[in-house]
Design a protein around this ligand. Structure first.
Ligand code: GCW
Length: 717
């Protein structure tokens, strides 16, 4: 019995010890085991002097102490004032001595309000390291960046870093419902425990804020864009206020989704017409009420007249009327309205890919100054690959914010390992040519192309109450990577993968190198085994889990996969060229020409823009049918290879995370075969051709794949 107890206890200890690792995300603060580095760190970091005493500064101090203790095994001495050399001086510009300030003036002039400086300077001939910025939150960003230097085992001698975020609003969009289900959430239930708020502050709220601050995320929309008006009632606003209070010292503002019909639902009005004086007044009062409780409330995110959500069009008004009415309500308090451009209508027979542009582009210049239009990265909907949305660059007089999806609605939920920064980077680097060569999407989003003051980027969160936050340990990298790209949309995804691996797992080069390659490859792998060569939207209905290219019975034509792939005996693909729907014309002439012409259209986007025959010759000489089949097989092989790489990583990491990822990769590998077989068997009915040699025989019949049902797939309401 005693032995049993002991075994149990051991199990409990080892379990919770490694479970904590999962929970700790990229803030592991692993012991530095390179002795030369340890002594360098210790020699350069004698103690800290903390200037200021806000809650934010106290958080920064605690973070440094925790980091040091864990990574170097030493307690960092807190000094009341600068004595001796090699101290870390941490505090905002407002708290710096004039001597330090004058040393740093050039750098201070370079950074923006949220930027930071990490610099080795000489004070009275003594070397010191300063971490500063214009305010305490900027200092906190500097501290996290400094700790990243240590976490990634880089040198701290002669530091000279100035860095500022290039985008103002760096926001997570939670599609969290008030009943704690999460639309398209695959990591458990919502973090927000509305029933226990405001009295009970879950430690997770604090840990969530800390994780976000560590990558510079400065806003969170707490509620689903398919909104519930109740969140705007006093009962819920008390709860929102409690969360805002937790997040504030971490530099994170709270935003809410505004249900357009709220004046009717909770305000007892007869209409929600944006031109109705009572409605206008209701929103003004609501905004005032919110700002009284939450003075730094960020504003509203709105999904209107999209997929059945109410909006101004219900009253014969348009998006501009709706957005501007709300903008006026929050303007006196400095709030913003993020108005989504994700619209398509069952009454519009046009190519769905063209509808958002057709509707929004003519509104350019008509929105109030505090409105920013939120545009998904592609014109359809967060597919494994989409060409960039044609609205980017096409509204020079309107701030546009990027909406990425971090949660993997269409990319294997939280069972597939897919490193999304690679996808995000591909979009951000795309050249819109709207102001000549070099007019990248990143420059539209960071405001440099058209000198927009208001800039933003949103990521639909993949976070839930799972122990490891994101369901898949590697999905943490997508949260991390989103934050890093939000800070700097010009960052390279390889750099991000490198940082993340080192901070999350290990600095051992033998681990980092192969794993980094694996992460970078993982995005193309998912495209290959799901939607190669420009295919899109061929997933199963409702839950969007797994393949469903055969689905053709849904009430709205543009909900059916057959609408998108258009496979028939003549070939496959959606003709969006000039001879088709002419969606290409929504791009700048240079880009339109590129996509329109079969010769120049990148093959990765081929079937997005063209319907081509099964015998069409690809650049490598393969027929389209063979090439398509080989891509599917290639994706399966890539995941097999990912499994091999992962197996070799065992000795570098803890067994719990190792096993989790191993199991998940096995599931992923099985599912790659499912995608390959289901899609190829289905398309084969039209091509009438044999599969090339190198493609493995299907594991099941098409009928079998069609019969699969997943009534309780997560994320689907
Ligand atoms: O991707 C689709 C999803 C919906 C989502 C919608 C949107 C929140 O399937 O679940 O609704 O997009 O972005 O509004």
């Amino acid at each position: 019995m005693a032995l049993l107890k002991l075994v149990f206890l051991f199990f409990l200890i080892s379990f919770s010890a490694s479970a904590q690792k999962d929970y700790k995300l990229w803030l592991q603060y692993n012991v530095v085991n390179n002795s030369a580095l340890v002594s360098e760190y210790k020699n350069n970091l004698g103690g800290i002097i903390v200037l200021g005493n806000s809650e934010t500064i106290r958080i920064a101090q605690k973070e440094l102490q925790t980091g040091f203790e864990n990574m170097l095994g030493t307690i960092l001495e807190i000094k009341p004032n600068i004595k001796g050399e090699n101290n870390l001086i941490v505090g905002s510009q407002l708290d710096l001595s004039s001597e330090i300030k004058s040393e740093l003036q050039v750098d201070l002039d370079k950074i923006n309000n949220e930027g930071f400086i990490i610099k080795t300077i000489s004070l009275k001939n003594k070397k010191q390291i300063i971490i500063t910025g214009k305010n305490d939150v900027a200092v906190l960003y500097g501290v996290f960046n400094f700790l990243r230097i240590l976490q990634t085992n880089k040198a701290v001698k002669n530091l000279n870093i100035t860095d500022s975020p290039k985008i103002n609003l760096r926001i997570l969009n939670h599609w969290d419902n008030l009943d704690r289900t999460v639309e398209r959430g695959y990591a458990g239930f919502s973090l927000w425990n509305w029933q226990k708020l405001p009295g009970f502050i879950d430690q997770r709220y604090i840990d969530y804020a800390r994780a976000n601050a560590s990558v510079g995320i400065n806003g969170t929309v707490l509620t689903n864009v398919n909104a519930n008006a109740l969140i705007l009632t006093p009962q819920y606003l008390d709860k929102v206020e409690a969360l805002a209070n937790v997040f504030r010292p971490y530099g994170i503002k709270v935003y809410l989704t505004a249900r357009f019909s709220a004046p009717i639902e909770i305000g007892n009005l007869k209409t929600a017409d944006p031109k109705d004086p009572e409605v206008i007044n209701w929103w003004k009062n609501k905004a005032a009420e919110i700002y009284k409780q939450i003075p730094d409330f960020g504003g509203f995110l709105v999904k209107a007249n999209s997929e059945g959500q109410p909006g101004p069009q219900n009253y014969g008004k348009d998006h501009v009327d709706g957005a501007n009415m709300l903008a006026d309500a929050v303007a006196p308090f400095g709030g913003v309205i993020m108005w989504r451009a994700f619209v398509y209508s069952e009454h519009d027979a046009n190519d769905r890919a063209k509808q958002a542009y057709a509707e929004f582009q003519p509104y350019d210049g008509k929105f109030k100054k505090n409105v920013i239009v939120q545009v998904k990265n592609g014109a359809i909907d967060f597919q494994p690959r989409e060409p960039f949305h044609p609205l980017f660059g096409a509204m020079p007089k309107t701030p546009l914010m990027m909406e990425f999806q971090i949660t993997q609605e269409y990319l294997g939920f939280s069972t597939h390992l897919v490193f999304l920064p690679k996808l995000f980077q591909e979009v951000l680097e795309s050249d819109t040519y709207q102001k000549g060569k070099g007019s990248t999407v990143a420059k539209v989003v960071d405001g440099t192309l058209y000198q927009n003051k208001l800039t933003g980027i949103a990521g639909v969160a993949n976070i839930g109450n799972d122990l490891n936050w994101t369901g898949h340990p590697f999905a943490q990298a997508n949260w991390y990577g989103f934050g890093r790209l939000a800070w700097n949309p010009h960052l390279d995804s390889e750099t991000i993968a490198d940082e993340w691996l080192r901070s999350t797992f290990s600095n051992d080069e033998n681990f980092v190198k192969p794993l980094k390659n694996m992460m970078i490859e993982s995005r193309e792998a998912v495209v290959n085994y799901m939607t190669p060569l420009g295919l899109h939207h061929i997933m199963d209905t409702g839950h969007h889990y797994g393949p469903g290219p055969w689905v053709s019975n849904l009430s709205r034509p543009e909900w059916n996969p057959t609408y998108y792939h258009k496979a028939d005996k003549n070939g496959i693909g959606f003709d969006r060229s000039k001879s088709g729907t002419n969606a290409v014309s929504q791009y700048a002439p240079e880009v339109a020409k590129l996509f329109d012409n079969l010769e120049t259209c990148p093959e990765k986007d081929l079937l997005w823009f063209h319907h081509v025959s099964w015998d069409y010759k690809l650049k490598n000489g393969q027929t389209l049918w063979n090439g398509l089949a080989l891509k599917y097989q290639g994706g399966v092989n890539q995941v097999k290879e990912m499994q091999n790489v992962w197996k070799k990583s065992e000795k570098y990491i803890d067994s719990e995370r190792f096993n989790e990822v191993k199991m998940l990769l096995e599931i992923q590998h099985e599912e790659t075969k499912w995608w390959r077989d289901a899609c190829l068997l289905y398309f084969q009915q039209f091509s009438g051709k044999e599969l090339p040699e190198a493609v493995e025989k299907p594991t099941q019949t098409l009928e079998y794949f069609k019969s699969l049902k997943f009534p309780f797939a997560p994320g689907n309401g």
